[in-house]
Design a protein around this ligand. Structure first.
Ligand code: ZN
Length: 454
């Protein structure tokens, strides 16, 4: 049994003093005991909170961050960015995907994410052929997670069409091609890897890239209780196309045709009307919000306050990885709402919790854990032993109850000092334990990819 004694720890019902956290060799909490005394020889920490879940990632896109901020000749948009991303995706070899993923996951851990949901769609070889192992690339991303020590929910993507009306895939989408049978084969191949640190679900890419018939076939054969993620309404253009083809907006079309429940995570539920928002909240599905990517791609703003007023659940993801900090996602989630509505403290819709930082962190933890389909997101027995120790010496780290507001809304220093994931100390004194080797491999991969493209 291993242990940490926390002067202050954020437990499921709020902050507690003098908490002894004990975890077993399987990397799960065995006991969490507040109001106790520190046993001799046990490490002590001042401020401890649960690690955040990153519910939406395309890990290979980490290698693109910073490379697409050059204006083209016409107006740039999500769609012009996507063309660049496709070109990039065509070149990446499986071992390079692993190297990029490991670097990304190190950065995520260092900033406070201890779980990731990988929405994984580069399944095939550059020529469009299946690899001999259908799960080759998914396995590489899971290996990257293992090297970094982050928990992962692998979501192999169903990607059948280039657009509504079963439009055939474009040539540059050939590495993504998958039908229900291929996705289920990947799920089956990954079955032996499932455990405390690995879960496997599925992700129909979107209503434009997967038909209703394909999604139904996939879900009918999927083992019960597995997470199901989908991109739902990221761009107004796709909402218009959906209306043109189905007579309904995307979220409405999804709810009218499928039993959307708590297994589901609707990523980029950006463009939703009041009725759709109410349906999403009532279903218990998680809204997957990616504020820095949605800002970077010019997507739009999710209507957060009316969603929270209806009891809606949300989590955060870093998606294209222009940021790898949960602080930045949550700060921009709130700031976007403030800018749009010209008011402050938007997320604090309930009278029983007025601190915006606490509302955001705790809601994103609960929604993220639900979307991950793993027992994470709480300092509680049987949960995976994930936690963050904040730097008690930093001036922006105040004692609870002010801690989360200071963490999320003060300055730009990384206040995460130590990180435990799955019962292993993976970050110590702000440094990841495998950082030099993983960073060196990532740098070499970037250099190789740039040479290929030039
Ligand atoms: Zn995405």
């Amino acid at each position: 049994m291993k242990a940490l004694f926390a002067c202050h720890a954020l437990l499921p019902d709020g902050w507690h003093r003098d908490v002894l956290l004990e975890w077993d060799a399987d990397g799960r909490f065995a006991a969490v005991s507040p109001d106790t005394t520190a046993p001799a020889g046990v490490e002590q920490a001042h401020y401890v909170l649960p690690g955040m879940v990153n519910l939406h990632s395309h890990s290979f896109q980490r290698a693109l961050s910073g490379l697409t901020e050059i204006a083209g000749n016409g107006p740039d948009s999500f769609w012009t960015w996507r063309d660049l991303m496709y070109r990039f995706a065509l070149h990446i070899a499986p071992e390079q995907m692993e190297a990029i993923a490991a670097q990304l996951f190190v950065e995520c851990l260092r900033h406070g994410y201890t779980s990731i949901c990988e929405f994984h769609y580069v399944h095939r070889a550059p020529d469009g052929a299946l690899y001999p192992d259908v799960a080759e690339t998914a396995r590489r991303v899971i290996d990257g997670a293992r090297h970094a020590g982050i928990g992962i929910t692998m979501l192999p993507v169903l990607y059948g069409y280039a657009g509504f009306g079963d439009a055939p895939l474009r040539d540059e989408q050939r590495r993504f091609r998958s039908g229900p049978a291929e996705v289920l084969a990947i799920v089956e191949a990954l079955e032996p890897l499932r455990g405390a640190m690995v879960e496997v679900g599925v992700a129909p890419h979107s209503l434009r890239a997967a038909s209703l018939a394909q999604i139904r076939e996939l879900l009918a054969a999927l083992p019960p209780d597995r997470p199901v993620h989908i991109h739902i309404a990221e761009q107004e253009a796709e909402v218009r196309q959906c209306v043109d083809h189905t007579g309904r907006r995307p979220l409405r079309f999804l709810y009218d045709n499928l039993a959307v429940d708590e297994r589901w995570c609707l990523v980029h539920a950006t463009h939703v009307d009041d009725g759709e928002l109410a349906a999403l909240a009532a279903s218990g599905a998680v809204a997957g919000l990616c504020p820095t990517t949605e800002a970077n791609l010019g997507d739009g703003l999710f209507p957060l306050a009316p969603f929270l007023e209806r009891g809606g659940r949300f989590g955060i993801g870093s998606d294209s990885h222009v940021s790898t900090s949960p602080v930045e996602e949550l700060r921009w989630l709130e700031y976007g709402q403030r800018l749009a509505g010209q008011r402050r403290n938007v997320a604090a819709v309930r009278q029983d919790e007025r601190r915006v930082g606490d509302v955001l962190w705790r809601a994103a933890l609960a929604g993220g854990a639900q979307a991950a389909g793993r027992q994470v997101g709480a300092l509680a027995p049987a949960h995976v032993a994930d936690l963050l120790v904040l730097d008690e010496a930093h001036p922006n780290v105040a004692a609870p109850p002010e801690l989360l507001n200071g963490f999320i809304f003060s300055g730009n220093d990384n206040l995460v000092k130590d990180v435990l994931a799955g019962g292993q100390w993976v970050v110590r004194g702000r440094e990841h334990v495998a950082q030099p080797a993983i960073a060196a491999r990532f740098s070499q991969t970037l250099a190789d990819l740039r040479e290929l493209r030039s």
